[in-house]
Design a protein around this ligand. Structure first.
Ligand SMILES: Cc1cc2nc3c(=O)[nH]c(=O)nc-3n(C[C@H](O)[C@H](O)[C@H](O)COP(=O)(O)OP(=O)(O)OC[C@H]3O[C@@H](n4cnc5c(N)ncnc54)[C@H](O)[C@@H]3O)c2cc1C
Length: 322
């Protein structure tokens, strides 16, 4: 069957078909070989329709290849073919003229978010900060916005920043569809399993009197966070909370919107006491994951402190903006 796609031979032992175990090779490489992906096909389509046709094949398990930082580092042995997205028109950062909203193409690299003036100016620099803190420079030069959404790491600061800004995900199934990011994350496995291709992440410009914050708890500044959260808080004309969106990661398998605190603070005249009182009233999960960095108990103890600081920071920034 012809999909008009280019099957690219990769001149490396990184791909199983080119690395038969029977060939002699240096000992160190021989040890690594079983750990690398064994894709049968690597396609590099020139149009979205070609990519979607390849991803929709029922008989060959095919997934998109974006920056490859997660896909190649943690290969899924069931994947038989990859569709390299780098030639597709998905790498634009778009600012909407009319409303100042932002559109981030799925193939925009994380480092581009750190460097782009429009992104740095958007929402108090929340997205640029999230991208900078999400991975080291070498990884940021390859990793993409689409990969970040598809991987959905609950402690990815960029993903949490996008959630706090109520971002929406545009994707093709092959029909074009759009969903709020939090809803997309709930259906992510099913959608990606059916060959959905993320094309863009879009968000509206927050109101004038808005403050944002992105904070984390980690053993060292560059270590993977134990907990991470992002908030976007807008004030109305009377300095009461018009709306607030909070996302936190580290308390479960998925990053979560904290709808409880969002409802408690809406319309409330803000003060440090009012925020502390609202934080004291929300219900936390009964258990959180434990790992080498922290116990679940520690995470649950620290979560209200992090949330309070997030809200205080976003509120103070909103007051300064007003
Ligand atoms: C050294 C190193 C450090 C890292 N540190 C961190 C870290 O601190 N925090 C963190 O969160 N992550 C980290 N990562 C993981 C990784 O960088 C991110 O998850 C990244 O956003 C993945 O993007 P990518 O473009 O490389 O995706 P890829 O690796 O190309 O793809 C990842 C998955 O997403 C799917 N996918 C990619 N693009 C699309 C699309 N447009 N539509 C549908 N599916 C798609 C792929 O099929 C694959 O299943 C690290 C990785 C490395 C190698």
């Amino acid at each position: 069957m012809c999909y008009h796609a280019t099957a690219v031979e990769v001149p490396s032992w990184g791909f199983g078909t080119l690395c038969p175990l029977s060939q002699p090779r240096p000992r160190s490489t021989a040890r690594r070989c079983p750990m690398v992906p064994k894709f049968r096909e690597v396609h590099r389509p020139q149009s979205l329709d070609e990519a979607l046709a390849l991803l929709a094949r029922p008989d060959v398990r095919t997934v998109p290849l974006a920056g490859g930082t997660a896909l190649l580092a943690h290969p899924d042995p069931r994947v038989e073919a990859v569709v390299d997205l780098q030639d597709l028109p998905l790498a634009d950062i778009r600012v909407e003229e009319a409303h100042g909203g932002l559109g981030l193409g799925a193939m925009v690299r994380l480092q581009a978010l750190v460097e782009d003036d429009a992104v740095r100016a958007f929402a108090g620099g929340l997205i640029a900060q999230g991208a900078r803190e999400s991975a080291p420079l070498l990884t940021r030069n390859r990793a993409t916005v689409g990969g970040c959404v598809a991987v959905a790491d609950p402690l990815d600061p960029l993903l949490l920043a996008l959630l706090a800004l109520r971002a929406r995900v545009r994707y093709r199934t092959p029909d074009p569809r759009e969903q709020p990011l939090d809803q997309f994350l709930e259906e992510r496995e099913e959608l990606l399993g059916k060959g959905a291709l993320i094309t863009e992440v879009v968000m509206a410009q927050p109101g004038k009197w808005t403050g944002t914050a992105l904070l984390k708890v980690a053993r060292t500044p560059s270590d993977r966070p134990i907990l991470c959260g992002a908030a976007c808080l807008s004030l109305d004309r009377s300095d009461a909370c018009q709306s607030v969106t909070v996302a936190m990661g580290g308390l479960g398998a998925r990053p979560a919107r904290l709808h409880g605190i969002e409802a408690l603070l809406a319309g409330v005249p803000l003060s440090e006491e009012a925020i502390a009182d609202a934080v004291g009233r929300i219900r936390w999960p009964e258990a959180a994951p434990s790992d080498v960095r922290a116990s679940g108990q520690y995470r649950l103890e620290v979560a209200p402190v992090l949330l309070r600081r997030l809200l205080w920071t976003a509120w103070h920034r909103a007051v300064r903006a007003a």
